[in-house]
Structure formats: C-alpha cells, structure tokens
Design a binder for this molecule. Structure first.
Ligand SMILES: [Zn+2]
Length: 146
C-alpha cells in the first residue's frame, strides 16, 4: 500500500464520510474532530464518527469511532490489527490511549497538534502534552519536594 493510496483513501473518507457527520456535529455544538476505521485490505470504511462532546466530554471523534467499532457484532467486526485508524487531527492523549488499548497497531492524521492550535484555535491537546512532558523533567522530583 503506497503513501499515495493511503492519502487518497483518507481524503475520500474525510470528504465522503467525516465531513457530512462533522457538519451535523458542529451545528449541534460539537468540535470539528473526526475519525474513521478502514480495512487495510481494500481501504474500505468500516466506521466513521465525529466528536460528540455534547453527549459526553470524552466522546472525542476517535473515541466515538472506537465505541461504534466495538458496537459492531463480533462476527462481522474486523480485527483491529487488520484496520487503519485515521483521525482528522493528531489524537489527544485520551484518544492515543483509546486507539492503543483497542488493539490498533497504527494511526494516521491530517492535522498536527500545532495545526490544531494555530489554524483551529484549539490549543488543549498540545497544552496537555506539554504539561505531561513535565513528568520527564529530571527536576520534577525536586519541584514536587519543594
Ligand atoms: Zn481526543
């Protein structure tokens, strides 16, 4: 599977599946983030979803997509290892964990954390990661002891 084939699959998934859902979501007060799960074999869409934070603050596009994926009956649901996980925006720490704990061995995105902060005026993902990176600071222990 070439990078060109992947990009074409992700762009058509965005246009055909995610944007229509996003239009409805944004109109009801949700953020613009979306995600989709595609089969590796033929890049067909298994499920697509968008942010639904008006129902729960944890229903980010990726988590909503994972929830819908696991709602598919086991007999017809593909193995996560046979799927591509695509997010419109670089996943936040919550969604990175959700993607990993759900068994996906990959994830792709169009917009970086910096794009999300600068072009979409949503700085929270990068702020959280910067705060968490504080945990790797060798002086953290000293700060905690003060
Ligand atoms: Zn998220």
């Amino acid at each position: 599977m070439s990078s060109k084939e992947l990009l074409e699959a992700f762009l058509s998934t965005t246009t055909d599946h995610i944007i229509p859902l996003t239009a409805q979501g944004v109109a009801s007060g949700c953020k613009v983030f979306g995600a989709a799960i595609l089969r590796k074999s033929d890049r067909s869409v298994v499920v697509a979803a968008t942010n639904h934070e008006t129902a729960s603050p944890l229903l980010h596009g990726e988590i909503n997509c994972i929830q819908q994926f696991w709602g598919i009956p086991k007999e017809t649901r593909p193995d996560p290892k046979d799927c591509l996980f695509f997010a419109t925006h670089e996943p936040c720490s919550l969604c990175l964990s959700g993607i990993t704990w759900s068994g996906f061995d990959n994830h792709y995105f169009l917009f970086t954390y910096e794009d999300t902060r600068d072009a979409f005026d949503i700085p929270y993902d990068i702020q959280i990661l910067e705060a968490v990176s504080y945990l790797t600071d060798p002086f953290r222990l000293l700060l905690l002891l003060l």
